[in-house]
Structures are given as structure tokens and as C-alpha cells.
Design a protein around this ligand. Structure first.
Ligand code: CTP
Length: 405
């Protein structure tokens, strides 16, 4: 699930770190929207390290991406912890004077708030009325509980414990139908991600621009849908998920070895890695020196084995193999035609075709894909953040897996 965690300015903001952590460990893609006041209580680097995503605060940042509505539109669940008396009042009034207010107004996702404030503020008739307004609109409250407050006093108004917030928020999502289905429970999914690199000498390599974002988003989404996940990661530029088996590789040969070893014990194999098609015929043990090569350097390359074709042709009843096709064609018909030729050549069960170019596909957070089946028919199209694309296409493969039984 794509979960927005809103953090507002109260001492309990430090406990929000454990809310984020709990949601990430449960396999969710967490995007933090913090108010300026929240960042006085907890540091941006901490929130970014734990959520593994950029923290959003400023309404006027990345305006071209229409972020003030995009974050809320993409959310499957919004959790605001801590929710101060001020934030509760603003939410009740429908104010949109900061990024969190805009995000909430632009979202149709269920909203969970974990209030935190002093007893007097919690019991103040203004707060009581605001909470009632929010509840009447379907906002879910977790806590507050009674206990030690920030000063010497104790009483009602303490934020609920992070584990209880995580559990409660996920239960709200499940009950509202916005939680991801558990349709890969009991399944095993092997995902390859990132770009392989072929060394020329100890300091240089031939590589590609893959960041691994899409493949890692698939691994996370598969985990959230209940699968046991193995990720074979070549060179990636994003943090690796926790709670799954990770195998690191560098070259296409290493990826081939790791994938052929792992594939037989997995139900679904997704080859999202950008595999180097060629490798140097010879790798120099020493750094190649200009003094020896002169003005021109000619490299002799030899073709690498096709891992996807190898895995697709390995006979394994019930297992599905999915390939990706990165194509630079800009015309949709050309893209599909190239995809059809590729799936016929590779022999996989599905091919996810995506357009790439100087400014599309790579190192971005969004993607547009078309899924072809083995006959070349278009079975699905998806567009959006790489995590929502990952989730959408996994739905197709989960259905196909149950059909293949
Ligand atoms: N692939 C692979 N082994 C290779 C090359 C590619 O397993 N040696 C896989 C990729 O992981 C991807 C799919 O094949 O799932 C298509 O990769 P792509 O780079 O689009 O196609 P290529 O087979 O390399 O063909 P071309 O570069 O000619 O388009």
C-alpha cells in the first residue's frame, strides 16, 4: 500500500518514527508529509532514512509535479501521528494552508489520526467539537490514551503506542477495502532488479541507467501481498527492502547463476533487471592506460546469455515467468509491435513493455507500462508511481497464478 504518514508539531513526533518503521516493515511504501513544526521535533534525515522516501513539507516545492494533490491522490491510507489540537482544528475546518492539509483534502483514502496533546486541550469544547466533526466524516481515531504527558502531569491526551497505531491503521485500511489483497500469500516470488555491470578493468565497467526502482517496488509490493520474496539485485540506486532474501550480483553471468539457482523454488519469476547484453571479451587485470591504447580504443564485446529466455524455456509446470521490455519507440503501436516480437523471441508468459528515453523510464518515480501475454495480446495497462504500477501488475500475475493451478 502507498501510505502517507502525516506528522505534526508535538513532542510525540519522535514516536512517529516507530509508526513509519512499523508500516515499512509490514511491506508498505511510506511517504511522510511533515509540517514545519513537526521538523522542529524530529529531523528530516531520520524520517527519510526510516521511510526510505523523500520527506515532503513545502507546498511550493516540486509544483510542476502538482505535489499538493498528487500525494493525496496516490495514497491508499493516510495516518496522522501525532495529530495536535491545532491540526485537528484545521482538518475539521477543511483548511489547506500547508502540504498536509492539501494532501488530506485531495485524497479519497481512509484517514486515521492519533491525537496527542495535554488533557486540558483534549477536553476543551473546541477540540471535542472538532473531533466529533471529523468522526462524523469517517475519520478514525486511535487513542489518545491516558498516561504520562510531556511535563510533570499525566492524564488523557497521550499518543497511542506506535505498534497500536500501526495495527489499528492497517485494520482500518483492511476494513475499508483499500488494503492490498493477500493474493500472493503462500506464493514465492523471485524479482531481479537494477542494472548489471561488465568490468573492463579494476576501475571501469560498461553499465546502464537502470536505478532498480521498478524492480524493488515489485519486490516490496509482492511482500505486502503476502509472498515470500527473493530479490536478486544488480546495481541499484535505492535502498533495498528488509524482510526479504536479497542476493547481490554485479555481472550478467552472476545474475544468470543466481537466477537459475533460485528460479526452481519460486512460483513467479519477474525479470525487471536491465541486463547488459554484451561483455568485454577480456577483462584487464590492470587499469587500461592511455599510454598503451593511444587516441582510439576499440573494445571487443561478446554477447551475454539471455537469462529470461533460459528461464522461460526451463520446463517447470505452474511457474510463471515475466519479462520486461525497455523500448525507446515513442509511438504506442511501435512499442506494442516491438513487445510482441520480444515475447515471441523470449518465450515468457508475460511481458511488461515500458517506454524509456533520455527523460523517461529511468531514475524516475513514475512509469507507464503495457502487459502482453504469451500470445502478444494486451492484457493490462498501468500508469502512475512505480509502486502503484508494481501493485497493479502483480494483481494480474496473482490472478494468472491461481488460474494456472
Ligand atoms: N534479459 C535477459 N538477459 C539478457 C538481456 C535481457 O534476461 N541478456 C531480460 C531483461 O531482464 C528483460 C527482458 O530480457 O526482462 C528484455 O530486456 P531488453 O533489454 O528489453 O531486451 P533485449 O533482450 O536486451 O533485446 P534488445 O536489447 O535487442 O531490445
Amino acid at each position: 500500500m502507498n501510505i502517507v504518514v502525516g506528522i505534526t508539531g508535538g513532542i510525540a513526533a519522535y514516536k512517529a518514527v516507530n509508526v513509519i518503521r512499523g508500516l515499512v516493515l509490514a511491506g508498505h511504501d511510506v511517504h511522510v508529509v511533515a509540517t514545519e513544526a513537526a521538523l522542529r521535533f524530529v529531523g528530516r534525515p531520520t524520517l527519510e532514512a526510516i521511510s526510505r522516501n523523500t520527506v515532503n513539507t513545502d507546498l511550493y516545492e516540486a509544483v510542476a509535479e502538482v505535489r499538493h494533490v498528487a500525494i493525496g491522490q496516490a495514497a491508499d491510507l493516510i495516518v496522522i501521528a501525532p495529530a495536535t489540537a491545532n491540526t485537528i482544528a484545521k482538518l475539521a475546518a477543511g483548511l489547506a494552508d500547508d502540504l498536509l492539509g492539501n494532501t488530506v483534502l485531495a485524497s479519497r483514502a481512509p484517514i486515521v489520526i492519533a491525537p496527542a496533546m495535554h488533557t486540558e486541550m483534549w477536553q476543551n469544547p473546541a477540540t471535542v467539537a472538532n473531533v466529533r466533526t471529523l468522526e462524523s466524516r469517517g475519520v478514525h481515531l486511535i487513542g489518545p490514551v491516558s498516561g504520562q504527558l510531556t511535563g510533570k502531569d499525566s492524564g488523557a491526551g497521550r499518543m497511542a503506542e506506535p505498534d497500536d497505531i500501526v495495527r489499528g491503521a492497517l485494520a482500518v485500511a483492511a476494513a475499508s477495502g483499500s488494503a492490498v489483497p493477500n493474493d500472493l500469500a503462500g506464493r514465492s516470488v523471485l524479482v531481479t532488479a537494477g542494472g548489471t555491470r561488465e568490468p573492463l578493468d579494476p576501475v571501469r565497467y560498461i553499465g546502464n541507467r537502470s536505478s532498480g526502482r521498478q524492480g524493488i517496488a515489485i519486490a516490496r509490493a509482492a511482500q505486502a501481498r503476502g509472498a515470500r520474496v527473493t530479490l536478486i539485485a544488480a546495481h541499484v540506486e535505492v535502498e533495498l527492502p528488509t524482510g526479504i532474501d536479497v542476493v547481490r550480483v554485479e555481472t550478467t553471468a552472476e545474475l544468470l547463476d543466481a537466477a537459475t539457482e533460485a528460479a526452481p523454488s519460486h512460483d513467479l519469476v519477474i525479470m525487471a533487471a536491465a541486463v547488459a547484453d554484451y561483455r568485454p571479451v577480456s577483462v584487464s587485470d590492470d587499469k587500461i592506460k592511455k599510454a598503451q591504447t593511444g587516441d582510439h580504443l576499440t573494445l571487443e564485446l561478446v554477447q551475454n546469455p539471455d537469462i529470461l529466455a533460459t528461464l522461460s524455456h526451463a520446463d517447470h509446470a505452474g511457474r510463471l515467468v515475466v519479462g520486461f521490455a525497455a523500448e525507446t519507440a515513442t509511438d504506442r503501436d511501435d512499442l506494442i509491435r516491438l513487445g510482441r516480437e520480444k515475447i515471441a523471441r523470449k518465450g515468457c508468459d508475460f511481458l511488461v513493455v515500458n517506454g524509456v528515453g533520455w527523460t523517461t523510464g529511468f531514475a524516475r518515480d513514475d512509469n507507464t507500462v503495457t502487459v502482453l501475454d504469451a500470445s502478444g495480446a494486451i492484457v493490462f495497462e498501468a500508469s502512475g508511481s512505480k509502486s502503484s504500477v508494481a501493485d497493479d501488475i502483480l494483481g494480474v500475475f496473482a490472478t494468472a497464478l491461481s488460474g494456472a493451478e
